[in-house]
Write a protein that binds this ligand. Sequence first.
Ligand code: 2AM
Length: 174
Amino acid sequence: MSERARVFFACWPSPGLARAIHRQALRLQQSCKGRVMRPDTLHMTLAFLGDVERHRLPELQAVASRVAAVPFRISLTRQGSWHGHRIIWLAPEEVPAPLDLLQTKLCAGLRSAGFQLEGGSYKPHVTVLRNARSAPAEACCGEGLGWAVDAFRLVESQRLPDGASYRTLGEWPL
Ligand code: 2AM
């Protein structure tokens, strides 16, 4: 096992919601093409750390356990693309205050523990297609997919030829 782990914090949908997001991804794939993310890999990233030395993983877990945040609901109502239409995502119309606070507190805790994070504004989203060829024709994905977020995870990403494989290193309730 390598001495470094590629890690990030994210919210993970329930299996039922992941299936509903996946169905929307399959609909989008018909026009946008690209590769559909497997239902079990769908997530909304809170903070991406990149490569971290494994002996520091307990520090990440300690930061997460100190984050005080409350559960919240979002509705994935928007769909769009980035990176020349290669990434297709679903996103909430608005960032509710508890999501903003969770992400802000987590990032502040990580930075004060000495971890480096990219700057820039937080844009919560669930990537559903990669290597797509065109943007979604509609900016709205129907009535929206409701998501009651009540936990967040620390996850290790292993990049494999047929997509990423994710391993949960810890989960914290809100
Ligand atoms: P995204 O693809 O949904 O945007 C693990 O790599 C996850 O961290 C990715 O699924 C990605 O979410 C997110 N991430 C955020 N910033 C990243 C970066 N600079 N490089 C790779 N992944 C990043």
